[in-house]
Design a protein around this ligand. Structure first.
Ligand SMILES: Nc1nc2c(c(=O)[nH]1)N[C@H]1C(S)=C(S)[C@@H](COP(=O)(O)OP(=O)(O)OC[C@H]3O[C@@H](n4cnc5c(=O)[nH]c(N)nc54)[C@H](O)[C@@H]3O)O[C@H]1N2
Ligand SMILES: Nc1nc2c(c(=O)[nH]1)N[C@H]1C(S)=C(S)[C@@H](COP(=O)(O)OP(=O)(O)OC[C@H]3O[C@@H](n4cnc5c(=O)[nH]c(N)nc54)[C@H](O)[C@@H]3O)O[C@H]1N2
Ligand code: SF4
Ligand SMILES: [Mo]
Length: 742
């Protein structure tokens, strides 16, 4: 149909623009988008009014993705390093050489010398994720790293300890809660994380509108805190605050006895362990007035319903696993776990947790890292030790590395150490959209499709959505240039080293099912499963599935194809499901596992060093997305530049005025940036955006300048959180100096 109803040349020549519904895969709300495509090129992206949840809402980053799709700096052909930089080569040449070099490395050093780092955008591609897992298992990869150790692995470990199920993460029941206690999250800017909630501002503001409360615990009076009640905690004080809230609740008999009896074991030990954390005892560390902490504890315990939620601000400190654990413990002790309006467990689209509980494929601490002896979390080791794994000789040394959708030189601690380690690799291959700050050192850069150039279904996100929904999208564009989907690239590399992801033995029921399916699906590969085939299989046998006709009305990919704007699966998250979630033998949430009791017993603040009197924390910006959207013109207008947000009192002590250049120094490194003075920061805290300081193939991003804040961060083994391998990126001791006049 003609979109302009004027029958212009485009219609007559059959190239009339097409408008195709799809969804954004930059961050977790997965907002519905309409892509206008003309002559095989993306013309525009706009918000999809017919998406059932985002209903015509999208943020500036989603709209600006047009500039990334069409960016002249994108890598569209395989690139090989030569003496001076990169040269274009054919796919066959690249893949054959990579295969041959890998085989040589394996002959000399064994398979364990191969590693993979996958970054944040991989979580938004089902095919990429599936093929990494398939490849990891088929090739028995040990060196696997991800953005998770800079983001959320502590949350998974807390779930493992509490529920015996790593992937069971409760979400706040936003539509029903009367009290939301939110720690270390800024959803007005981040748009929500570990929860999938389009139009989150509306959801949050609806809480006080219906008479409830939202309390935001954050060292910065953030965009979110400004709308609600703000508790200005000192960086990394959360473990002490949470322990105090529990202490008050137990001491005043405000715990929900019935819930404890029904759901938990270890309540008495937990009560004993938090006894020493009175609000008076923790005040010097949290910076919070003991009376207000007591009032908060009482209000939370007495609320009709309450959800406790924490995100990256609580994940990147020194006690990350303990903090994530105490967040859920507080919900349980107040009777709000798995209860309407509380912290609730969504139903998975694909039964990953249940399947994993049965088969025990991936887990926690199944293996330990060669360097640092860290437990694996879902098959991955801390990215903070990746550099040392490359540079430390001995059996199992990491010598050949792939990165896909990742920019670890920008995102992990101590980029200088990692950069110099990458230069020592025997082989370094990256699958990306750009020459970024990491793969500029690669032997090969293989061009990936963008999310608009691949089909998708957001498999893990249904369980994180307070209104369960899902959506399947076909690719809306043919790949530009010679870009390929990651799974195809992984498959091609696997073939060349003689492994096959998803090769099931003939006796396995899954194999029988697959081959039956293949016969039924037109074009289904006779040899290998494709992502849509696996997704269909997983969907149809999953909790919402149609069981191949046994459950009429259930889901299949075919059904989702008939609902291109997405499908709401239920009105809300069902409660009373904890017995199914918990995998511990006694079927109870463990409130006092030994790991946590040890953490509580030894909890001590880091000694203050007068040389570094301030604490640095992170700051996400509306128009940045980690490291990779600084090349998009609409997001960089008005000469956007990097700046550290500093309380005027701290600035005055250092002789710094607004807009001055300044130097920030930690025990591990130094950065230079511009000072932005604001009362939003609690005195003593500096907030610094990450993901800047570029030196890749993206011209505008390079020109934007700024430092890499991770120069301040440490990869010393004692600075990596023991239980989950989390990098310490918040609450870093720093010193502030003026650079004016120098
Ligand atoms: N100091 C500090 N550091 C942090 C954080 C912090 O708060 N403070 N936050 C941490 C967090 S939460 C995260 S998630 C990490 C992110 O860490 P990373 O995932 O390592 O880095 P990103 O900046 O997300 O880089 C993503 C890369 O993927 C590429 N890309 C984008 N889309 C695609 C695609 O579809 N396919 C492929 N193959 N490539 C694609 C981009 O070009 C870019 O190079 O950073 C962490 N680092
Ligand atoms: N615009 C934009 N959106 C994004 C991203 C982005 O880069 N830009 N990144 C995406 C990614 S990968 C993720 S993981 C999510 C993250 O989603 P969020 O975690 O919601 O994002 P942040 O804005 O980093 O929020 C962390 C908050 O913790 C506070 N904080 C820092 N230290 C502490 C502390 O010790 N205690 C407490 N209580 N608070 C602390 C910070 O001031 C900040 O307000 O956002 C996603 N969305
Ligand atoms: S909030 Fe913005 S970036 Fe995130 S999914 Fe929606 S449109 Fe995309
Ligand atoms: Mo993240």
């Amino acid at each position: 149909m003609c979109c302009c109803s004027l029958w212009r040349r485009c219609c007559l020549e059959g190239v009339s623009p097409r408008e195709i519904p799809t969804y954004c895969r930059i961050c977790e709300p997965l907002c519905g988008l309409i892509a206008t495509v003309e002559d095989g090129r993306l013309v525009q992206l706009r918000a999809d009014k017919d998406h059932p949840l985002s209903r015509g809402n999208a943020c500036p980053k989603g709209i600006a993705f047009t500039d990334i799709q069409n960016d002249p700096d994108r890598v569209l052909y395989p690139l090989r390093r030569n003496g001076t930089g990169f040269e274009r080569v054919s796919w066959e040449e690249a893949l054959d050489d990579i295969g041959a070099r890998l085989r040589g490395i394996f002959r000399e050093h064994g398979r364990e010398s191969l590693g993979w780092y996958f970054g944040n955008p991989s979580s938004f591609s089902y095919s990429h994720t599936l093929w990494i897992v398939g490849f990891q298992m088929a090739a028995r990869l040990r060196h696997v790293y991800s953005a998770g150790s800079q983001d959320i692995n502590n949350r998974f470990v807390a779930s493992h300890l509490l529920y015996g199920s790593l992937t069971s993460v409760p979400v706040p029941d936003l539509d029903r809660t009367e009290f939301l206690l939110m720690l270390g999250a800024n959803p007005l800017v981040s748009h929500g994380s570990a929860m999938s909630v389009p139009r989150i501002r509306e959801k949050l503001t609806a809480i006080p509108k219906r008479g409830g409360r939202v309390v935001v615990v954050d060292p910065r009076r953030t965009e979110t805190a400004r709308l609600f009640e703000h508790v200005g905690i000192r960086p990394d004080g959360d473990a002490w605050l949470l322990a105090s809230l529990l202490q008050v609740i137990f001491a005043e008999g405000l715990e929900d006895q019935a819930a404890l009896q029904r759901q938990a074991s270890g309540a008495r030990e937990l009560r004993d362990a938090v006894q020493r954390f009175t609000p008076e005892a923790t005040a010097p560390i949290t910076g919070l007035d003991p009376d207000s902490v007591r009032t908060l504890a009482r209000d939370l315990a007495r609320a009709g319903s309450a959800a406790v939620y924490g995100r990256t601000g609580t994940c990147l400190g020194r006690h990350a696993t303990l903090v994530a654990f105490l967040i859920d413990a507080l919900a349980l002790v107040t009777g709000n776990l798995d209860a309407p309006g509380g912290s609730v467990f969504g139903k998975e689209l694909v039964a990953v947790s249940e399947l994993n509980a049965r088969l025990g494929l991936i887990g926690y601490g199944k293996t330990r890292s060669r360097i640092g002896d860290f437990p694996d979390v879902l098959g991955t080791f801390p990215a903070a030790v990746m550099a040392k794994e490359i540079t430390t000789p001995g059996p199992g040394q990491l010598r050949a590395l792939f990165t896909s959708a990742g920019n670890p030189v920008s995102s992990v601690p101590n980029p200088a150490e990692l950069s110099s380690a990458l230069a020592q690799l025997d082989l370094f291959v990256s699958i990306d959209l750009y020459v970024n700050d990491t793969n500029r050192a690669a032997d090969y850069i293989l061009p990936a499709t963008t999310f608009l150039e691949r089909d998708d279904i957001p498999l893990p996100f249904t369980a994180l959505s307070p209104t369960p929904y899902t959506q399947y999208t076909e690719r809306v564009l043919e790949p530009y240039g010679e870009a390929r989907e990651e799974w195809q690239i992984i498959d091609a590399i696997a073939t060349r080293i003689g492994v096959q992801p998803f090769a099931f033995g003939p006796a396995r029921p899954a194999a029988r099912l697959l081959s039956a399916l293949r016969r039924r699906v037109p074009g289904g590969s006779a040899l290998r499963p494709t992502p849509p085939l696996l997704a269909d299989l997983a969907l149809r046998t999953g909790p919402y599935g149609d069981r191949f006709g046994l459950r009429p009305g259930g889901l299949s990919l075919g059904k989702l194809r008939r609902h291109p704007h997405g499908l709401v699966l239920a009105d809300g998250i069902a409660t009373g499901v904890l017995r199914k979630v918990v995998q511990h033998k006694n079927n109870r949430v463990q409130l006092a596992p030994p790991e946590i009791l040890t953490e509580l017993a030894s909890l001590a603040d880091r000694p203050t060093d007068p040389t570094y009197p301030l604490r640095a924390i992170g700051l996400r910006e509306l128009k940045s997305h980690n490291s990779w959207m600084h090349n998009a013109e609409p997001l960089m207008r008005g000469n956007r530049a990097h700046a550290a947000h500093i309380n005027p009192k701290d600035a005055a002590l250092a002789g710094i005025s607004d807009g001055d250049p300044c130097r920030i120094t930690s025990p591990h490194g130094t950065i230079h940036t511009t000072a932005h003075l604001t009362e939003d920061l609690t005195a003593g805290t500096i907030a610094i955006p990450h993901g800047w300081g570029h030196n890749g193939g993206w011209h505008r991003a390079n020109a934007a300048g700024g430092p890499n804040v991770n120069d301040l961060m440490s990869t010393n083994l004692e600075d990596v959180e023991r239980l989950s391998g989390m990098a310490n990126l918040n609450g870093i001791p720093v010193r502030l100096d003026s650079l004016a006049g120098s």
